[in-house]
Design a protein around this ligand. Structure first.
Ligand code: NDP
Ligand code: GDR
Length: 331
């Protein structure tokens, strides 16, 4: 039985990846950080099926200890301060978690299993920022536009560097935005689908948003964790762009979400200039050709299906119904 260790197991991707690895017969271990209240909502269904260990990406020894204790075959480093606007408010902390944190995990892997443990780093399309090429591929130069993006560029290159310096099996997945009913409520897709459901049910009157013109290449998180796993099943480590190859505006997202409940978006949406970012990433669109040809990966859920899935789940949740079970295979 293979053993996997996931940092960031309580996050959106950590929960989907845990489910996928369990279905592939893995023993799954997850890193959680200590807090005064438990934040295990997304992995509540996995209680008793996965093993949780306390450690923190800020604390080198805790990472070494958890790898020593769990002896994983594969380490998925998903933990990060992942909300872009917060990275302008807490740039130093973001650098520590999202950037240097990667080195701490790599150091622990190097110390305890450099020839044996495969490593996955959760890199991001935010590294492309003010894009220098459209669509973006594995060879497109980076031009990050937020402290988060800058920290992820560091995480990407340190992963490549450990692969080249120590011949370690290290992969960097450059993932474009991926969403689901488990997405944090501050991210725009979930903010919109939650807001639309509240308006539909008479629990809110308006929805405040920032830049409606920015464009993203949005996919379904359940599809994207499969690409992470496939990267570590190859003979050689490499880096891959994971994306749908389609881009949509925030405005289109809003239209689709309101359409799903039969309402007209322009009656409810208000622009709040405080939500517009100091520097924006305007046109993200990924070219997933390498992932398709080398990994045999392709997205299963369309943008329209994704928005509908998320609106339905938020309506069900707010009405106290059980949330439809959207697993990694889609809807
Ligand atoms: P989430 O924000 O949902 O989850 C982040 C996870 O990191 C949480 O489990 C959080 O724990 C954990 N974490 C944060 N800081 C620390 C720390 N110091 N020590 C240990 N754990 C910590 O992110 P996603 O699941 O959406 O994303 C997973 C990864 O993929 C992130 O690295 C993100 O930057 C990256 N990414 C995400 C994309 C997306 O569209 N979702 C696209 C590209 C990259 P806690 O629950 O305690 O807060
Ligand atoms: P992003 O995701 O910054 O791409 O990072 P987010 O959903 O926060 O923003 C997407 C776009 O929507 C615009 N926008 C708003 N965004 C938020 N959050 N709230 C609003 O009210 C709003 N109005 C408009 C933003 O300006 C932006 O252009 C996500 C995270 O998961 C990162 O961790 C990951 O690396 C990248 O995706 C790929």
């Amino acid at each position: 039985m293979k053993r996997a260790l996931i940092t960031g197991v309580t996050g959106q991707d950590g929960s989907y990846l845990s489910e996928l690895l369990l279905s592939e017969g893995y023993e799954v271990h997850g890193v959680v950080r200590r807090s005064s209240t438990e934040n295990f909502e997304r992995i509540a269904d996995l209680s008793g099926k996965i093993h949780l260990h306390q450690a923190d990406l800020l604390d080198q020894l805790s990472i070494i200890d958890v790898i020593k204790e769990t002896q994983p075959d594969e380490v998925y480093n998903l933990a990060a301060m992942s909300f872009v606007p917060t990275s302008w408010k807490q740039p130093v902390l973001t650098g520590e978690f999202t950037g240097i944190g990667v080195t701490r995990v790599l150091e622990a892997v190097k110390l305890l299993g450099r020839d044996r443990i495969k490593f996955y780093q959760a890199s991001s399309s935010e590294m492309f920022g003010k894009v220098l090429e459209v669509p973006q591929t594995e060879t497109t130069p980076f031009y990050p536009r937020s402290p988060y993006g800058v920290a992820k560029v560091y995480g990407h290159w340190i992963t490549v560097n450990y692969r080249e310096s120590y011949n370690m099996f290290c992969c960097s997945g450059i993932l474009f935005n991926h969403e689901s009913p488990r997405r944090g409520r501050e991210f725009v897709t979930r903010k919109v689908t939650d807001g639309v459901a509240r308006i539909k049910l008479g629990m809110a009157k308006t929805l405040k948003l920032g830049n409606l013109d920015s464009k993203r290449d949005w996919g379904f998180a359940g599809d994207y964790v499969r690409a992470m796993w496939l990267m570590l099943q190859q003979d050689k480590p490499d880096d891959y762009v994971v994306a749908t190859g389609e881009t949509h505006t925030v405005k289109r997202l809003v239209e689709l979400a309101f359409d799903a409940v039969g309402l007209k978006w322009d009656k409810y949406v208000e622009i709040d200039s405080s939500l517009v970012r100091p520097a924006e990433v305007d046109l993200l669109i990924g070219d997933p050709t390498k992932a398709k040809t080398k990994l045999g990966w392709k997205p299963e859920v369309t943008f329209e299906q994704l928005v509908e899935m998320m609106v339905k789940a938020d309506l069900a949740r707010l009405q106290g119904q059980s949330i439809p079970d959207f697993k990694a295979k889609g809807i």
